[in-house]
Design a protein around this ligand. Structure first.
Ligand code: PMP
Length: 352
């Protein structure tokens, strides 16, 4: 027997392409925010003393936890921070899904969930969304070891109301329910308000989309004191200094600028609503999105061919070669100017 037999076999998550094309491109394939982070973040970045980097960062990212606790009306003990919500979600899977019953999540959702389940050897079951890509809540009444719901869901963009999340929690009082709210700030209602009533709830959010800071890798979770301290214990058994110093400092600054946050979210929402009209006029159909992307399929032209046509003009959108969704494109919302270019190129690509 060789050491090679003991190497963990994994099928990794495939991230959206980071194009290597020279010159101007329109990058709408990984749901990044087209606007810069809050002005204070930029200022602090310029001012940051490199000598500060000599020291280890705060292991609990305390200043950032404190700022988030104040913003979401919680206590510091109710906040966990990590290196992007991917890190936070992975820690949550590792912490809470150590049982034998399967963890439940939809068949079409964030494609990292089954990757973590496989990596950590967590039993899981993917429950098909209905024909319209909606979750049927009655499918989540069977015995389970936990539930993971992205709300709004990705890549569909569909957002369930708070009453739906509450019903899910009520139906499953003995399961930890993770609500992944990566896109909640673009028009959905957060489940944070349910935390005071349900101790089996963990709400996960990120700075990568609505706060324009994907490159800094900041994610966080909100939950009961018991739930958060369990996550801290697991994280500190793995790596105590997960979040670097600049991310902690700049993250605080971003949370403080509520006005800028609201302004950029509203700009994206307005561009998204306009994009829905333009795409419909071009023959696309799509579920109603409450995110910073639209998941669209075309009446006559194959998604793959449209993506290839856009690519020739240096416009990148995401196409998933997966069952049920291989005729869809996930188009992130860029600036108004970027979207106008996209619609003009789509006109050429489709009517040729
Ligand atoms: N959850 C969902 C539903 C996502 O689409 C993403 C983005 N890939 C993430 C979590 C992770 O985002 P990040 O690690 O940048 O916070």
């Amino acid at each position: 027997m060789s050491f090679k037999d003991n190497i963990r076999k994994v099928t990794p998550y495939v991230a959206g392409e980071q194009p290597k094309v020279e010159g101007k491109i329109i990058k709408l394939n990984t749901n990044e925010n087209p606007y810069p982070p809050a002005p204070g973040v930029r200022k602090l970045m310029d001012e940051m003393r490199l000598s500060d980097l000599r020291l280890y960062p705060n292991t609990f990212a305390e200043p950032l936890r404190k700022e988030l606790a104040a913003r979401y009306d919680l206590k510091n003990e109710n906040i966990f921070v990590g290196v992007g919500s991917d890190d936070v979600l992975a820690m949550a899977f590792l912490t809470f899904f150590a049982g034998e019953k399967p963890v439940l999540f939809p068949d079409i959702t964030y494609s990292f969930y089954d990757v973590w389940a496989e990596l950590f050897k967590i039993p899981y079951k993917r429950i098909p969304l209905d024909e319209e890509f909606k979750i049927n809540i009655n499918d989540y009444k069977e015995p389970n070891g936990g539930i993971v719901i992205a709300n709004p869901n990705a890549p569909t963009g569909i957002c369930e109301p708070l009453s739906f999340i509450e019903e899910m929690l009520k139906n499953n009082p003995d399961s930890l329910v993770i609500v992944d709210e990566a896109y909640i700030d673009f028009g959905g209602e957060s489940a944070v308000s349910l935390l005071s009533k349900y101790e089996n709830l963990l709400v996960v959010q990120t700075f990568s989309k609505s706060r324009s800071m994907a490159g800094l890798r900041i994610g966080f979770a909100m939950g009961s004191t018991e739930v958060i301290s369990a996550m801290d214990a697991v994280k500190n058994s793995y790596n105590s200094y997960t979040m670097n110093y600049p991310s902690q400092v700049l993250g605080v600054e971003a949370v403080r600028d509520e006005a800028y946050f609201k302004e950029t979210c509203e700009k994206i929402i307005a561009t998204r609503e306009r994009s829905k009209k333009e795409l419909a006029a071009l023959g696309f159909t799509f579920p109603d999105s409450k995110t910073n992307f639209i998941f669209a399929t075309h009446k006559t032209m194959r998604a793959e061919d449209i993506a290839a046509g856009l690519r020739k003009k240096n416009i990148f959108v995401r196409h998933f070669s997966k069952p049920r969704i291989d005729n869809y494109l996930r188009i992130s919302i860029g600036t108004d100017e970027e979207m106008d270019t996209v619609f003009a190129v789509l006109k050429e690509v489709i009517h040729k």
